[in-house]
Ligand binder design. Structure first.
Ligand SMILES: NC(=O)c1ccc[n+]([C@@H]2O[C@H](COP(=O)([O-])OP(=O)(O)OC[C@H]3O[C@@H](n4cnc5c(N)ncnc54)[C@H](OP(=O)(O)O)[C@@H]3O)[C@@H](O)[C@H]2O)c1
Length: 312
């Protein structure tokens, strides 16, 4: 791939993960006028479609980096590749994510949602942090389903995040009393870990900014790809058109616009969690406890060190 002809040397660069579908794709399109986009995804064909779409726009500059967030070696290679591009990175959007309906494991037997949604982006972000200039903005696409008090999420079957420990999460074990559909606890817990990462990193590294967004319920994105055909049809063609009119709901276009605003915000805010309208919001009682988010981050680092030592 000849990336150099696609890179604008003066412009800022923005890393966007999960730009091949749903919210991330719309966020990438919204970010296109702001500089060079580094599109990070697992499927080269889908990545190149978005890359070509952006490069066909006047002033559009995008390059693709292949990365599977469920594979930590792939994540480390992608971070090295991005650093080697030598771009003036102004921001990173950690948006790639999955929500499997069932408990699914990686080839190593790790919980797939926890690995893809939390461990992969955590490793990616930690690998990039030393290379980010002061003031760079790191944003995570989180989810209010981590909050057991969030009524619409409870109505949809969620019981909030069920964190026991990072090790237990890797094994797919959650606090008892969770959702009847097994995948929901994994998803809610992994998204709470994203929020914990934002809040703890914001305290640890004040030279950078770390913020979180709750994009709203966006029916009809690829996140519900595990649902049966009838549910997918309903979400895409019946529920999605209602989204702009329902509280807490959104569309990829609106969410992408809100995310682009947060990612390019120059106010210096850090450790802020924004709702689907771009206003600051509160997370669950648990995630508001700084000790808890520090514990999640410390346990994640210990787990990753353990995994690395077992691999070597
Ligand atoms: N939709 C909602 O209602 C909602 C609500 C709250 C939060 N969110 C969050 O918003 C984010 C985007 O979700 P979405 O609704 O836009 O879903 P989506 O349409 O399925 O998009 C997910 C993106 O993540 C990528 N991805 C998934 N697994 C990956 C992996 N192992 N490695 C690399 N990339 C991977 C997908 O790539 P492929 O195209 O290759 O599959 C896709 O680009 C997620 O973090 C989700 O948790 C969504």
């Amino acid at each position: 791939m000849n990336t150099s002809s696609r890179i604008s040397p003066q412009a800022k660069a923005w890393i966007i993960t999960g730009p091949t579908s749903g919210i991330g794709r719309r966020a990438a399109l919204e970010m296109a006028p702001h500089g060079t986009l580094v599109l990070v995804g697992r499927d080269p064909g889908r990545l190149h479609e978005v890359e070509n779409e952006i490069n066909a726009r006047p002033g559009g500059h995008a390059v693709s980096v292949v990365c599977d967030f469920a594979d930590l070696e792939s994540v480390r290679r992608a971070a090295v590749h991005i650093v080697a591009l030598g771009l003036p990175i102004a921001g990173l959007l950690n948006n790639a994510g999955i929500s499997p309906a069932q408990a699914v494991q990686t080839a190593q037997g790790w919980d797939l949602a926890f690995t893809t949604n939390h461990l992969g982006p955590f490793v990616f972000t930690e690998a990039l942090i030393p290379h980010l200039p002061d003031g760079a903005n790191v944003v995570f696409t989180c989810s209010a389903v981590e909050d057991p008090e969030r009524k619409p999420a409870v109505a949809a079957g969620f019981r909030g995040a069920r964190y026991v420990s990072a090790e237990a999460s890797l094994r797919g074990e959650w606090l008892p009393g969770g959702a009847s559909m097994p995948g929901l606890d994994a998803y809610a817990t992994s998204k709470q870990c994203n929020l914990a990462t934002v809040f703890a990193f914001a305290r640890e590294t004040p030279r950078l900014r770390f913020n979180a967004v709750e994009p709203g319920f966006n029916p009809g994105t690829g996140l519900s790809r595990d649902a049966n055909a009838a549910v997918r049809f309903l979400l895409k063609y019946v529920t999605a058109p209602l989204a702009p009119f329902v509280k807490y709901w959104s569309t990829p276009k609106l969410a992408g616009r809100m995310i682009a605003k947060v990612l390019t915000d120059e106010s210096g805010s850090t450790g802020v969690y924004y709702d689907e309208t771009g206003r600051p919001m509160l997370g669950s009682v648990q995630i508001r406890d700084a000790e808890f988010s520090d514990r999640v981050v410390a346990e994640t680092r210990a787990l990753l060190a353990d995994i690395s030592s077992q691999a070597s």
